[in-house]
Design a binder for this molecule. Structure first.
Ligand code: AVJ
Length: 325
């Protein structure tokens, strides 16, 4: 990626990036608990964001291309539904590719990219600023799982949040309601949220999407261990763990785990963690919803479903939610 911000002012940047101390604290807490877990937000260092970008192009990973097709189909109607001038706030903006169709359809006065991956965020917002000279672009490096305090360009403008990719699936239902409530507070009464939500479907299709033949999802999961080696004083050997992902029908979610291939001890600083062969670390949940089920969840956070679009196979949904006024 080239920055290309040459002729423009630097992009206003709000930095609340979680530092090494957060990673260390949360990894140690997660490995000390039973069952062991590490939050999925730590997947997204520069390498992890790159690997996730590759996942999005995999044949088995239907989500991204399905969502993009829906967005392209419905974009022309969107301006009519959300109204004229707005500020667009994208949560988990990543490579900021999906938002382009919205920028063209809505022509917002401002765009705020919010992401936990700092380098990725700065590079992708710089490219947007270059490509859309009429747009006021801001970047906020924030862990939105812990709160959503971000600058919103023009505070008086009508706000539209964009939360694509079914990232809401990473949160269990109680946390999802809390995050949706934070988004409702951010956009305010009458404000909008355009959200991508992955749908329930036959289990083989789901399992394939998280166990791709090329092994990119496995590399993405294992990158967490490489990251711990890179950023913490940690001797974990990623080769001695393996990727494990499956659909749990009781919880309506894909679970990803890292499973120890041997009896071993992992050291982080002065702490050690013993793993028996077959013992795992739970690294991600990805909840799957029905349209009605997600509507009920959103209602608990004060949103109503204004419009819901799906593809013909009903693999994925894009939902326009509005805060009740
Ligand atoms: C970005 C959370 C939506 O759950 O499908 C992709 C992340 N994990 N493959 C998802 C992911 C494994 C993705 N989300």
């Amino acid at each position: 990626m080239t920055a290309g911000a040459g002729e423009r002012e630097a992009i206003p940047f709000y930095d609340a990036h979680p530092g090494d101390a957060d990673l260390r604290r949360e990894v140690i807490a997660g490995l000390s608990a039973q069952p062991r877990s590490i939050p999925p937000k730590f997947f997204y260092d520069a390498q992890g964001s790159e690997l996730f970008d590759r996942i999005c192009g995999l044949p088995e990973y239907y989500q991204t291309r399905t969502e993009v097709a829906i967005l392209q189909r419905v974009a022309p109607q969107l301006a009519g539904l959300v109204g004229e001038a707005c500020v667009l706030v994208e949560l988990g903006s990543g490579a900021s590719k999906k938002v382009r169709v919205l920028l063209e359809a809505l022509r917002p006065s401002g765009y705020v990219g919010v992401d936990i991956s700092k380098e990725f965020l700065l590079a992708s917002t710089a490219i947007l600023a270059r490509d859309y000279p009429w747009l006021e672009v801001h970047a906020a490096c924030v862990d939105f799982s812990t709160g959503l305090e971000v600058p919103t360009c023009d505070p008086a403008a009508h706000k539209v949040a964009f939360f694509p990719g079914s990232s809401i699936g990473n949160f269990d239902p109680a946390d999802a309601v809390r995050l949706l409530g934070d988004i409702a507070a951010l956009v305010g009464r009458g404000g909008h949220l355009l959200i991508g939500v992955d749908l329930k479907k036959p289990v083989p299709r789901l399992n394939a999407a998280y166990n791709d033949a090329a092994g990119v999802t496995a590399a993405f999961n294992l990158n967490l261990l490489h990251r711990m080696r890179r950023e913490l004083d940690c001797d974990v050997d990623p080769q001695r763990f393996e990727h494990y992902a499956f659909y749990n029908p009781n919880e309506s979610r894909i679970e990803m785990h890292l499973i120890s291939k041997a009896d071993q001890v992992v050291r982080i600083g002065d702490r050690s963690f013993a793993f028996a062969v077959g013992e795992g670390v739970h690294t991600e949940n990805s909840y799957k919803y029905t349209v009605a089920g997600f509507g009920a969840l959103a209602a608990r956070a004060g949103f109503r479903q204004q419009a819901v679009w799906t593809d013909d196979e009903r693999l994925f949904s894009v939902q326009l939610l509005q805060v009740e006024s």
